[in-house]
Design a binder for this molecule. Structure first.
Ligand code: TRP
Length: 479
């Protein structure tokens, strides 16, 4: 069925690298450390790992299976039955919204990368701001817009090349290189005075949080959102990837390797950033700027000189590429659904035109996130709370209105992804209980963990999702 003109992975390795490349991105390097930093360190780590095992792995298996079975992207749901079509719409809407703010962040990493590059030849790349550059950049509207546009253009050009040409080639060398540079920086940071507090924050067992339900649920919801985001779950991407997978490939094995690698990179990023914060006096809970603030300190103040600039350049370059491989996959989901839909309607889709239109729309939707200075107030574009006439921290101020990026982020990873996961697991647990099993057994492979998967889709995942959704909606509206 899928031997059509949509392309296929030239090798198992290519498939793995592309899915790992799409999974590993800003979620791991930017999101995981800052969320762990603001939400309880060790407790966050433990809850996160448990969620990956109990929820992430079964869902990823299911998505690969669903994609291969139906041979389409997020439109897979509609293929199962017309009435499931809305789940597919959601799976397209979510990556679109994510990409709009993802490109803003990717653009910022590109800005840092170029900053270090010019410093190598002796030009000040950070506008005289040194390690305080993050706060400055947020208000530098023209840079924010230019780099947002650049990130989108680069992504679009690659997607226009099609599946094999674009994504596969790109991912193969970048991920190993990123792993190596993370380890080099981890070792450097470990030698800095005070770094040990960072390890304690991450690894020293502190279970006090588990005795207080309110903080427990608070951390659970952040960790769950982060897991969805980082594993790119509940938004069609793994379905799309699965659709390019041939029948002789082992779904279950791939659905273990991808989450494992993704989690490994997140933990490594944590082991780089937390000790760096401790050593250079950055608050663990500094929020979304944590990656930028802590790492710039390491390169400018810790390493310093030429080495610092070269390492800074390499690091931000690799983070940027990691972000781009994810951005490619995000755009690919949206583009391929439109392509599939048009084929379905008997039209002859123009992939390039579709990618271009999407990129333009993404730019427009991403602009507010680039221009409101993350809600610090008084930026070129007002943050949602300012538009509503609210005060920072005052009555009515809530997560959904504190800044545009948080609004997009909360809407997607906070609400729509858990909702998508809830619907999908109910569907697979109760309505189509044999789909995943049969698809995994193709090629005569035994379906492992059949017992757990059954209760996972029927009960465990739905229950966890309901708790997450409830807590999330409460936080979203501050009720
Ligand atoms: N998982 C990616 C990251 O950690 C982000 C992401 C979310 C993504 N959804 C996606 C990437 C869909 C590709 C496709 O950065």
């Amino acid at each position: 069925m899928q031997e059509n003109n949509r392309g296929q992975w030239s090798s198992s390795f290519g498939f793995l690298m592309a899915s790992i490349g799409s999974a590993i991105g800003l979620g791991n390097l930017w999101g995981f450390p800052y969320k762990m930093g603001s939400s309880g360190g060790f407790a966050f780590l433990v809850i996160y790992l448990v969620l990956v095992l109990l929820v992430g792995i079964p869902l990823m298996t299911a998505e690969f299976a669903l994609g291969r079975k139906t041979g389409t992207g997020a439109g897979a749901y509609a293929k199962l039955s017309k009435k499931y079509r809305p789940i597919g719409w959601m799976a397209n809407f979510v990556p679109f919204v994510i990409l709009s703010f993802y490109a803003v962040l990717a653009g910022m990493t590109l800005r840092y990368c170029l900053g270090f590059l010019v410093q190598i030849v002796g030009i000040d790349g950070f506008s005289g701001q040194g390690s305080g550059f993050f706060g400055y950049l947020l208000y530098d509207s023209s840079s924010m817009v230019i780099f947002l546009a650049l990130a989108l253009i680069i992504t679009m050009v690659i997607v226009m090349g099609g599946v094999q040409g674009g994504i596969e080639k790109f991912s193969k060398t970048v991920m190993p290189a990123l792993g190596v540079i993370l380890i080099v920086i981890i070792i450097f940071v470990a030698t800095q005075d005070g770094a040990v507090e960072g390890y304690k924050f991450m690894f020293k067992p502190d279970l006090s949080l588990f005795s207080d339900p309110e903080s427990f649920f608070g951390v659970l919801k952040v960790a769950a959102g982060q897991m969805f985001f980082s594993l790119s779950l509940a938004m069609g991407i793994n379905i799309t990837f699965g659709s390019y997978l041939t029948k002789d490939r082992d779904i279950q094995k791939n659905a273990l390797i991808v989450p494992f690698s993704d989690t490994l990179f997140a933990v490594l990023a944590g082991m780089m950033i937390m000790p760096a914060c401790a050593a250079f006096g950055v608050d663990f809970g500094a929020g979304p700027g944590l990656l930028f603030a802590s790492m710039q300190n390491v390169f400018l103040d810790g390493m310093g000189g030429l080495i610092g600039n070269v390492m800074g350049f390499l690091f931000y370059f690799l983070v940027f590429i990691a972000a781009i491989t994810s951005a490619i996959a995000l755009l690919e989901v949206c583009a391929s659904s439109i392509v599939d839909r048009q084929i379905e309607k008997g039209k002859n889709p123009n992939r390039k035109k579709i990618s271009l239109i999407l990129a333009v729309c993404l730019f427009v939707v991403g602009l507010p996130a680039a221009l409101d200075a993350l809600g610090s107030g008084g930026a070129l574009l007002k943050a949602p709370f300012e538009l509503l006439g609210l005060e920072i921290g005052g009555p009515g101020y809530a997560m959904w209105n504190d800044c545009w990026l948080d609004f997009y982020d909360m809407l997607t990873e906070g609400v729509l992804m858990p909702l998508g996961a809830l619907l999908m697991s109910l569907l697979l647990g109760w309505k189509l209980p044999n789909l995943v099993k049969e698809e995994c057994e193709e090629g005569g492979r035994p379906f492992k963990f059949a017992g757990y998967f059954k209760i996972a889709f029927r009960i465990v995942i739905p229950v966890i999702m309901l708790i997450v959704l409830y807590t999330q909606i409460q936080a979203f509206f501050n009720i």
